[in-house]
Design a protein around this ligand. Structure first.
Ligand code: GLU
Length: 465
């Protein structure tokens, strides 16, 4: 059997990490089985859906590299098809017009609550036939009254729900627009979705959707409901806990691979392994290994993973993402050092790409002022003399490479009878503005001769005055 999964977000906000994890698991399952992964935008709630949010979802999927084989499909383009199916259900006697007013339903609800009963539609209009055009009506699905629905959930195991628990749900509103459960069913059927992988907040919808599918004589998909993601305080993960939007993680300097790796481990495991290449994720992923209970989002672990990815990924890959962050700082990434070399020099000390970009600003533009502490410690009487000699030797240096640069510093220190730090540290402050940078010879190669000499001159003047 060929496998088809789908990610079906409602475009009512940004793509959050919970949605991204659902998308990732659906993507992995399709990739693992050589199947199809579909993106479906569930935009039928016209009041809450926005183009901006559609864009945010597409942008998030693209940034994460979760490529879809079909779509994006928009449910708003399928209204005719939903109408057709609603009519079919009416014709078959599996749906009916319900004329109960809001007030009536509200009163019913109040009574049921007072009797400590579960609020549900009482089926008053269920046996009416035809359509009374003079009255406003919604359309309800005629849910079976007896028997049970068994969800063979691939994560949670078998879930059995009595049909008595399910009332006749509205499939079309008074204005004729279809409701969520109907549209999902029609699309899952038409798109031949074989595996519905989604958050367990949808678990109550599943038996209803299965009943509609049965009424349509459609094949039932398999279901896998993913447990919730919680914040550190045990509450459902939300904005209160910090970044939850996928694009916010990009803005905060995370690599998409690190976020994917973090998300795959959120509720899924493969032995003790923490770091997975995409190929490994595809190879090892099984829905059966998804945890039944909720998982907690741990920002520190994500940060640790991000650092691992920054340090161990191909530096050219990291450089491509870093380039964007350099641009975000208003700097031109082409007007500085070779980015791959810069990544190699900065990756040990950078947990995020934002950190890496921020600690690289001096390669692109003059810093405004020197770090005060660094000045106090490293620019003392006579430092200008040392820097002047350095300037002369560096001006004369033909081969601007790490090794000869290193030699210049070593030689000067020896000639002046100083330890190397007494030369290298003032030099570092002179060219970077602070006492923190990669190894001094590497910093010099990254900065280049021209900028180095200008900055040495500036430091000499500064110390003199
Ligand atoms: N559109 C629904 C949501 O964003 C998901 C529907 C589904 O996966 O069946 O929550």
């Amino acid at each position: 059997m060929s496998i088809t999964t789908r990610f079906a977000p409602s475009p009512t906000g940004y793509l959050h990490v919970g949605g991204a994890r659902t998308a990732l698991f659906s993507w992995l399952y399709a990739r693992k089985h050589g199947g199809q992964f579909i993106l479906r935008i569930e935009d039928t709630d016209l009041e809450r859906s926005t183009q901006e949010s559609v864009n945010a979802i597409l942008e998030g999927m693209a940034w994460l590299g979760l490529d879809y084989d079909a779509g994006p499909f928009y449910q708003t383009h399928h209204f005719d098809r939903y109408k057709e199916i609603i009519q079919q259900l009416l014709d078959q006697g599996d749906a009916y017009y319900c004329y109960c007013s809001k007030d009536e339903l509200e009163q019913l609800r109040t009574e049921q609550m007072a009797n400590k009963e579960k609020p549900r539609y009482n089926g008053k209009c269920r046996e009416l036939v035809g359509r009374d055009e003079s009255r406003e009506a919604v359309i309800r699905f005629k849910n079976p009254v007896d028997g049970v629905v068994t969800i063979p959930d691939l994560v949670k195991g078998e879930i059995v729900v009595g049909n008595k628990e399910l009332d006749d749900l509205i499939i079309a509103r008074a204005d004729g627009t279809p409701t969520y459960n109907l549209t999902v069913v029609v699309d899952d059927m038409d798109m031949k979705v074989t595996h519905v992988i989604r958050g367990d907040d949808h678990i109550n919808n599943t038996p209803r959707q299965m009943n509609i599918l049965k009424a349509l004589d459609a094949e039932l998909p398999q279901y896998a409901h993913l447990p919730m993601i919680l914040g550190a305080d045990g509450a459902r993960l939300s904005k209160r806990h910090g970044a939850v939007s996928v694009m916010q993680f990009r803005d905060d300097g995370y690599l998409p691979d690190a976020l994917l790796n973090y998300l795959v481990r959120l509720g899924w495991s493969h032995g003790d392994q923490e770091i997975f290449t995409l190929d490994e994720m595809v190879a090892y992923f099984e829905l059966e290994d998804v945890n039944v209970s909720a998982s907690t989002f741990n920002m520190e672990k994500l940060l640790w993973l991000n650092h691992q990815y920054i340090m161990n990924s191909d530096p050219a890959h990291v450089a491509r993402h870093l380039s964007w962050h350099i641009g975000q700082l208003g700097l031109d990434p082409t007007q500085g050092p070779d980015l791959v070399d810069m990544v190699k020099a900065q990756r040990e000390r950078s947990k995020t790409l934002v950190e890496m970009a921020n600690s690289s600003i001096y390669f692109y533009k003059e810093f405004e002022s020197y770090d005060e502490k660094a000045v106090k410690k490293n620019f003392t009487a006579g430092t200008d003399e040392i820097l002047a000699q350095l300037r002369d030797r560096l001006t004369a240096l033909v081969d601007w490479q790490a090794e000869p640069l290193h030699q210049v510093i070593v030689d000067l220190a020896a000639d002046l009878d100083l330890n190397m730090g007494k030369v290298a540290q003032p030099l570092r402050v002179a060219i970077c503005g602070s006492a923190v940078s990669p190894a001094i010879d590497v910093t010099l190669t990254l900065l280049g001769r021209e900028k180095t000499l200008v900055r040495l001159e500036r430091a000499i003047d500064f110390i003199k005055n």
